[in-house]
Write a protein that binds this ligand. Structure first.
Ligand SMILES: [Zn+2]
Length: 303
C-alpha cells in the first residue's frame, strides 16, 4: 500500500466548531507515521493543475475557488475557506490523482489521506465541506491516461452528489454509492441511474438510518460487488468516507471499525479479481477522530 498525505492538510481551517477540522489531518499524520515505522512508503502530494481540475470543473468554479486564496470566505452554510484553503485543496486533488496513477501503473493499492473532502463538489459549485471533487478529478486523470473503465465506490455515509453529477452521462465511469437516505444532500435515490449513454452507470443504494455491519455486508455482497463484476473496471477508486461509523457525530449508521474493515477487504478482493489489484482509496468524511484513526489503520493494513 502506497500512502500519500501531507502535514499541510492541517492548514485548511474552517471556523472553530466545524466538524471537518484540522485535527483530522493530525490523524492522517499519525497513520502515516505508523505506516512508515512498519516500513511502508509515504509520499507527499503535488498540487493538481488547472488543466487537471478543468476536466471536472467549470472555469467559473475554478476562478471562484482560486479567488479565495488569502481569504476566509463562506461558500455555502457548511463550506468555508481560510487563507491557505485554495492551495491545500489543490494538494488534496493532486494527492488523489497520484494515488490513482500509482494504483493504475503498479497494481499496488494506494491511499490518499486528504482534506478538504471532495464528493459533494459538483462541476460548478463548492458544497458540503468540499471545494474540488478529488475522486472525480482522479477518475478523469485516469481516463485522460487512456484507462478505459474506472469504477468509483463511495462508502461515505452521505451521497456523493458531486461525483454523480460529473459522470452522470458517462458510460466509462461507474459510480456506486451506499448512503444513509433520506439524508444530506438529499440526492441518491435508487431511481437516479444516469442520463443518455450514462444510463445504468450510476448505481445508488439508499439505506435507512441505523444500518449495521450485517446490513452493509449484505448490500456489498449482493449489490455492489455484482455491479463491479458486470462493469469490469480497469481501476477501482474508493471514496473512503468513514462517517457511517457508529461513533460518528454526523452519520446515523451503526458500522463498527470491523464492519468498515470488512467492506475494505471486500473491495480489495474485487480489485484483485477484476483489475490486477489496481485500487486507490481517497478519503472523504469521518468526523470522530478515534474512529477515523481505526478505520484508516484498517484500510492501510488491509493491503
Ligand atoms: Zn460524509
Amino acid at each position: 500500500m502506497r500512502v500519500i498525505s501531507s502535514p499541510r492538510f492541517a492548514e485548511h481551517t474552517p471556523p472553530p466548531g466545524h466538524p471537518e477540522r484540522p485535527e483530522r489531518a493530525e490523524v492522517f499524520d499519525a497513520v502515516a507515521a505508523d505506516w512508515r515505522r512498519r516500513g511502508g512508503e509515504v509520499s507527499e502530494p503535488r498540487a493538481a493543475t488547472r488543466d487537471e481540475l478543468a476536466r471536472v470543473h467549470t472555469p467559473a468554479h475554478l476562478d471562484q475557488i482560486a479567488a479565495t486564496a488569502g481569504c476566509a470566505v463562506m461558500l455555502d452554510p457548511d463550506t468555508f475557506t481560510s487563507p491557505e484553503s485554495h492551495q491545500i485543496a489543490l494538494l488534496a486533488a493532486g494527492a488523489a490523482i497520484e494515488a490513482a496513477r500509482h494504483a493504475a501503473h503498479t497494481g499496488e493499492a494506494a491511499l490518499a489521506m486528504v482534506r478538504p473532502p471532495g464528493h459533494h463538489a459538483s462541476p460548478d459549485r463548492a458544497m458540503g465541506f468540499c471545494l474540488y471533487n478529488n475522486v472525480a478529478v482522479a477518475a478523469a486523470a485516469l481516463r485522460a491516461l487512456g484507462v478505459a473503465r474506472v469504477a468509483i465506490v463511495d462508502i461515505d455515509v452521505h451521497h456523493g452528489n458531486g461525483t454523480q453529477a460529473v459522470f452522470y452521462r458517462d458510460p466509462t465511469v461507474l459510480y456506486v454509492s451506499s448512503h444513509q437516505f433520506p439524508y444530506y444532500p438529499g440526492t441518491g435515490a435508487a431511481d437516479e441511474t444516469g442520463i443518455g449513454a450514462g444510463v445504468g452507470f450510476t448505481l445508488n443504494v439508499p439505506m435507512a438510518a441505523g444500518a449495521t455491519d450485517r446490513d452493509y455486508g449484505r448490500v456489498y455482497e449482493t449489490v455492489v460487488l455484482p455491479a463491479l463484476d458486470r462493469f469490469r473496471p480497469d481501476v477501482l477508486l474508493v471514496s473512503a468516507g468513514f462517517d457511517a461509523h457508529e461513533l460518528d457525530p454526523l452519520g446515523g449508521m451503526r458500522l463498527t471499525t470491523a464492519g468498515y474493515a470488512h467492506l475494505v477487504s471486500l473491495l480489495h478482493g474485487a480489485a484483485t479479481r477484476l483489475c490486477g489489484h489496481r485500487v486507490a482509496f481517497i478519503t472523504e468524511g469521518g468526523y470522530h477522530l478515534a474512529a477515523l484513526r481505526e478505520c484508516l489503520d484498517a484500510t492501510v493494513q488491509a493491503s
